[in-house]
Design a protein around this ligand. Structure first.
Ligand SMILES: *[C@@H]1O[C@H](CO)[C@@H](O)[C@H](O)[C@H]1NC(C)=O
Ligand SMILES: *[C@@H]1O[C@H](CO)[C@@H](O)[C@H](O)[C@H]1NC(C)=O
Ligand SMILES: *[C@@H]1O[C@H](CO)[C@@H](O)[C@H](O)[C@H]1NC(C)=O
Ligand SMILES: *[C@@H]1O[C@H](CO)[C@@H](O)[C@H](O)[C@H]1NC(C)=O
Length: 234
């Protein structure tokens, strides 16, 4: 009888741990990252790494629903990588790596989707233009009761000459590096440049003190869509 009993106990633990693992998977937060642009996008995500998404393609990325430290998703354009995943992108490059590393960020300019999941049973999310703009974006939840963020204006075509960058439009802080635009002291107001950015992306952070109108919340456990070029072409 004894071996049989041990077997049934270990089977019981196997069963319980399998259920536990399945429940963890079931509670992952899913980000469906869709490339609606007419060019290839090398999506970048921390956590998550990277993925080449051809026009019309989607990357379904699952992350822990308790990503409290925050995560970021952005588009990289015009990338070339060699067989080891080392190379370069025109915009959004993350240290020359195909698989972006956690804690890393994309080289400006790039439109950023930012999130923090599971604090006080809430998810917080935003689109930030603090690193400028490369590709139009919609960031919304699959739950219709949570607000979506639209960043679909033509900020590349309308970019003021002094902010123009190869493949995008810089935030004025990156160009002028002054307190007025960078707000390192934590006190500054909207400027003509931040108002231009906000005009094309009404729900986005356009300068560092732009929090109040630009952070969105959704109940913890929600899933999200990040759509590059929601209106079609770049
Ligand atoms: C890719 O490029 C890196 C950096 O130049 C190099 O170290 C690596 O060997 C290259 N890999 C391939 C497969 O060419
Ligand atoms: C989120 O945005 C996408 C792209 O515009 C749209 O298809 C979808 O219906 C939106 N989802 C919700 C819940 O509003
Ligand atoms: C914004 O303001 C700066 C400084 O006041 C000025 O030099 C610049 O021409 C203005 N740019 C636009 C696009 O209005
Ligand atoms: C994408 O669309 C834009 C605007 O319609 C067009 O100018 C461009 O040639 C298209 N690019 C490709 C690769 O089809």
């Amino acid at each position: 009888m004894k071996p049989f009993k041990n077997l049934s106990i270990s089977f019981f633990y196997f069963f319980v741990s399998t259920l536990f693992f399945i429940s963890l998977l079931a509670y992952a937060a899913r980000f469906d990252i869709k490339n609606n642009c007419n060019i290839t996008i090398w999506a970048a995500a921390t956590p998550g790494g990277g993925r080449q998404i051809n026009p019309g393609g989607t990357w379904s990325l699952e992350v822990s629903p308790n990503t409290k430290g925050g995560g970021r998703i952005w588009a990289r354009t015009e990338c070339i990588f060699n067989g080891s995943g080392v190379g370069k992108c025109l915009t959004g490059d993350c240290g020359g790596l195909f698989q972006c590393q956690d804690g890393g960020s994309g080289a400006a300019p790039c439109t950023l989707a930012e999130y923090s999941l599971g604090t006080l049973n809430m998810d917080f999310y935003d689109i930030s233009l603090v690193d400028g703009f490369n590709v139009p974006m919609i960031f919304n939840s699959t739950s219709p009761e949570c607000s979506g963020i639209d960043c679909t204006g033509d900020l590349n075509g309308n970019c003021p000459t002094e902010l123009k960058a190869p493949g995008g439009c810089y935030n004025p802080c990156a160009v002028f590096k002054t307190e007025e635009y960078c707000c390192t002291g934590g006190k500054c107001k909207a400027t003509n440049y931040s108002m231009f950015l906000k005009g094309g992306c009404p729900g986005a952070y356009s300068f560092p003190m732009d929090d109040i109108t630009s952070t969105y919340t959704c109940p913890s456990g929600s899933n999200y869509n990040v759509v590059f070029c929601p209106l079609g072409s770049l």
